[in-house]
Each structure stands twice: as structure tokens, then as C-alpha cells.
Design a protein around this ligand. Sequence first.
Ligand code: GUN
Length: 263
Amino acid sequence: MTVKEYVKTRKEEIKNLVLTMERKPSIAIVQVNEDAGSNAYVKGKLKDADELGIHADLIKLPLETTQEELLKVIDELNNDDVHDGFIVQMPLPKQINEDTIKLAVSPKKDVDGFHPLSSLAPCTPKGIMNYLHHEGIQILGKNAVVLGRSNIVGKPMAKLLLKESANVTVLHSKTTFEDMSRYIANADIIVVAIGKQHFLDNRFTYKPTAAVIDVGISRDETGLHGDALPDLPVRLQTPVPGGVGLLTRLALYENLLEIASKK
Ligand code: GUN
């Protein structure tokens, strides 16, 4: 099933589940930027909430908001009885430390899964794992290669794959091309999150049975592009756009429902 078809099916299930709940789940989204990417992402999240029957409040703060002011808003959200969970959209303006903010969100309400004590997984890796399972991709004992070592994607992705007993290799900007080619040629699962347009291309060879999950998204005058050239000779490749972005948005609401259904 394509990502689009899978997300549509799963949304239908979540919507029906929400209908059976006594209290409508509720989320708050805090945005302190005017970044085009963030605007599009927040708009998508609000649209999803609407479709799923979930209540969503957008709290938009001015660009010059101080860290103290944002911490105060977070404190209120941590302690209110209205929202089951909330997120603070990244990136944040430079006067605010992102790590301080991630740690200020109560793990009980951290639907992004960014807090080290959160029981929930970060949305992008979680959404990817759910999709791999749905597509029947075997993980146990398989060679998984993660390109990129960011805190939001690469590292938690490697952790989730390892938890399910894949042989995980994390490659990054200091990996030589020769080593990279060797790992990629042997990979059953490749997750690429480096932000370099069409980096995975025909310079590399792939197992025809491999699954390529493309987390990259870069924009130029011709549109949005992933980290992998479309139509690589593999079993499964997620497109950009219409791939991992949708899985991330879906996982946010899976996380919210996990919190709301425990109440
Ligand atoms: N910015 C880019 N991706 C994300 C995400 O998953 N959550 C938040 N809060 N900000 C982001």
C-alpha cells in the first residue's frame, strides 16, 4: 500500500476510535516562528485534527517572544486539564534554547516524544516503524542502515530498529563514500535523513528487495525533493512529498490517543 493509502486507512480507524471516546481528545500547538516549512506543517496538523474529530488549539506567539515567556506558556499547558498533549513547533527563534524547551514539556504531555523521559517515541521514527510493520517488512535480523544522526530522526530511528533486533548501522557526514557504498549494497532497510537532494542515486547499488524510507525534504524552484532519487530499483521507496511527512503527522495523533485513552 502506498503511504497515502495507508495513512487514509489508519485515519479512518482513528476517527472511529475517537467517536467512541467520552471526551474528545485535545491538543495544543505552540508556534513561535514564521518559517514557511513550519507554517505548512502546522496547517497539515490542524487539518488532520479536524478530520479526526480531535480538538486543536494553535497558540501563535510573536517572533520576539523570550525564553521566559515561552516557558510560562509551557508551564500553563503542562498543568491545564484541557489539553491531553501539546507540541512546540521547531525551529525556535535564536533567543530561545531548543533543548531547554524540549526538557520543559512534561513527559506526560509530550506528544512529540522529544523529552528523554517521555514514554512515547518521536513521531517520525515511530511513523516509519508503523509503516514498515504494515507493509510486512521484516526487521529482526535484517541489515538496517540509517543515514544521518540527528536527535529528532537518525538517533531515535536507530534505537527503534535496534529494539526490534535489526543489525543497525548509522552513517553520517564523516563516512567515506566507499564505506557508504558497501553498507548500502548490503542493506535491507535504508532510512535516509541528511537533507541532500537525491543523494541516494545510481552511484550506489541496492538489494532489489530493499526498502528505502526517504525522510529528506528540500525545496527548489521545481518543487519539493527527497534525499533519494525517485524510482530506485528497490522493493519499496517512500515518495517526497506524500511520504514520511504524512507518517509523522499520523504518529503525532497516535501519540495523543495513547495519552488520552489512558485517562
Ligand atoms: N519541526 C520539524 N519536525 C517537527 C516535529 O516533529 N515536531 C515539532 N514540534 N517540530 C518539528
